[in-house]
Design a protein around this ligand. Structure first.
Ligand SMILES: [Zn+2]
Length: 378
């Protein structure tokens, strides 16, 4: 969901708005290659492959496209929403390596794995969740990216009033490590994790998304007496203006275009999973020794307990922290491993132990979200 500047093929995770403005002309989708398996009823040759085989494929060789996929009606729905609000600009969508709007370009990148059920399945196996995989989730993300695209098209964020309302877009762009205030009424709520608080650009995109998703009387009612209402009214004012005039920027280079990505799926996933580097051995030892027992207590080993409860504990932590499931699960796996290395044991009270481990994991995740040790990737 980031706006993104130049990065590796599968993407850097942060961008600074000042990076990588570019001016070249882009094509509009559908820009699909004519591959015969796009004929109705024909599956791509990689569909029956096992994961290990599929991972050897280069992304561009998958030859997936929006047209004919389940994304096509979802993009069409976005365009219908824009039309209903009187807007004429239809930001072109293309398949990229993740959700983003290229910096300075009025376009929307949708992750390529959403263009085919088999790739969504692989994504689920690799990352444990599929961001934007359901119609409603996809619609939310499309509206959010569309907000960035409109800002890029009309350069609204360069205006003094925009900056007075949302803040300077030139502040450091670190949406993975922002420190949200859950009760703030200064921000709309659309994507999870109070994402509007991540950066002024995200605040604008989220406000736009709320504006687009519901009629004015609805958001005026929902945000009555909220400071965020001022932002919604300003977006309303800007979009009235946009409905009457052509965009200042029309094209630009489409970064991380899936049809050009030479990396294999294996490399792509390896890069995405390597999101947090901190991994000093012994980092968790003192805490684990406090939670578990050093001597056998008749309830088996700590590692066995963790293996048994991992799924349930991870589920609860994900639910309340909003952190990525694979990230929490990776951390839980590390703790299991460390428990085994330290030969720790489970104390008697299993309920208290599960609570302890859950609270510990949640505190690690939340603390890391704030300190940046434990990157959130959205
Ligand atoms: Zn965003």
């Amino acid at each position: 969901m980031l706006e993104r500047g130049e990065g590796s093929e599968y993407g850097t995770r942060r961008a600074r708005p000042s990076e990588g403005r570019n001016r070249s002309k882009a094509r509009d989708w559908p820009a699909a290659r004519s591959v015969d398996y796009h004929e109705p009823g024909l599956d791509p040759p990689w569909v029956p492959l096992r994961d290990e085989e599929l991972l050897r494929y280069r992304v561009r060789d998958l030859a997936v496209r929006i047209e004919g996929s389940e994304l096509e009606p979802r993009v069409a729905r976005l365009y219908t929403e824009l039309e209903a609000r009187g807007l004429r600009l239809r930001p072109p969508c293309y398949l990229g390596d993740e959700w983003f709007s290229p910096d300075g370009v009025p376009a929307i990148a949708i992750p390529f794995y959403l263009a085919h059920g088999r790739l969504k399945q692989l994504e689920l196996h690799q990352m444990m969740e599929v961001e934007g995989g359901t119609p409603e989730w996809c619609a939310q993300l499309l509206r959010h990216e569309c907000g960035h695209a409109f800002d890029h098209a009309y350069r609204f964020s360069s205006r003094r009033k925009w900056r007075a309302i949302f803040g300077s877009p030139d502040v450091d762009y670190e949406p993975e490590t922002y420190r949200p205030r859950p009760y703030s009424k200064g921000f709309v709520r659309h994507l999870p994790n109070w994402y509007a608080q991540a950066h002024p650009d995200e605040d604008f995109a989220e406000t736009f998304a709320v504006w687009l998703a519901s009629p004015a009387e609805e958001w005026r009612e929902r945000y009555r007496a909220w400071k965020a209402l001022e932002k919604l009214e300003y977006v309303d004012e800007l979009m009235r203006e946009a409905s009457k005039k052509p965009p200042l920027v029309r094209g630009g280079r489409r970064r991380a275009d899936a049809s050009k990505m030479r990396s294999t799926l294996a490399r792509y996933y390896a890069a995405r999973r390597k999101l947090w580097a901190q991994d000093q051995p012994g980092f968790y030892d003192a805490d684990l020794r406090r939670i578990f027992a050093e001597a056998p207590a008749g309830h088996g080993t700590a590692a066995a307990f963790m293996r048994r409860k991992r799924e349930a504990i991870v589920g609860v932590v994900v639910r309340w922290t909003g952190q990525r499931k694979y990230v929490v699960d990776d951390l839980a796996r590390k703790l299991v491993e460390r428990c085994a290395q330290l030969s720790l044991h489970a104390p008697t009270d299993e309920v208290a132990l599960a609570l302890d481990v859950g609270a510990y994991l949640a505190s690690l995740v939340t603390n890391h979200l704030h300190t940046g040790r434990f990157k959130r990737s959205v």
